[in-house]
Design a protein around this ligand. Structure first.
Ligand code: IMP
Ligand code: MG
Length: 171
């Protein structure tokens, strides 16, 4: 499968620093939890957190995803629940990519149901043209065309997560 670079390491570094500054300003004074959506967002979340100049706790959630397919089944279940008490806290959901919007809609609802006072979403990538349900993230690294991408945590059948840039995967 041929791959071509879409977003370089330098572009990633610059954009994540900008996002961290913005988030630090917006959440100043609140008790913040970064909620990393496993597994794809691990790389983005660890970079982003180090660009946030506030006290920030870390937790994880995992939802069922594509399996080994390039397209979503549309059914979302929670595989791993967060551990921290979210009541009255500000929760920043940190996601790798929003495609149909189905996963984020479910995660967002679930976190609200755990009593967070503020819930916002930071996604590294967004494919707005692929939405099946309406969902808007407050913080978006890059908006991209509807194409399948890998690297910087994003996989295809569990491969390519360790590629340090974003590449387009074509058949
Ligand atoms: P959604 O529920 O359709 O918005 O899908 C979100 C999830 O699907 C992401 O968290 C990714 O794990 C996966 N995904 C969507 N698009 C891509 C892609 O282009 N490359 C790799 N994973 C993707
Ligand atoms: Mg994935």
């Amino acid at each position: 499968m041929p791959q071509s670079t879409l977003i370089t390491r330098a572009q990633i570094e610059k954009r994540v620093a900008e996002m961290g500054r913005q988030i630090s300003a917006d959440f100043a004074g609140s008790e913040l939890i970064a909620l990393c959506v496993l597994k794809g967002a691990v790389f983005f979340c660890s970079d982003l957190m180090r660009q946030i100049s506030l006290d920030v706790a870390l937790d994880f959630i995992q939802v069922s995803s594509y399996g080994n397919q390039k397209y979503s089944s549309g059914v979302v279940t929670i595989l791993k629940e967060p551990q921290l008490d979210m009541r009255g806290k500000a929760v920043l959901i940190v996601e790798d990519i929003i495609d149909s919007g189905l996963s984020m809609r479910e995660v967002f609802r679930y976190i609200e149901s755990r009593g967070a006072s503020v819930v916002k979403t930071a996604t590294f990538l967004d494919k707005p043209a692929s939405r099946k349900v309406d969902f808007k993230a407050e913080y978006v690294g890059f908006s991209i065309d509807p194409q399948f991408v890998i690297g910087y945590g994003l996989d295809y059948a569990e491969r390519y997560r360790n590629i340090p840039e974003i590449q387009v995967l074509s058949d």
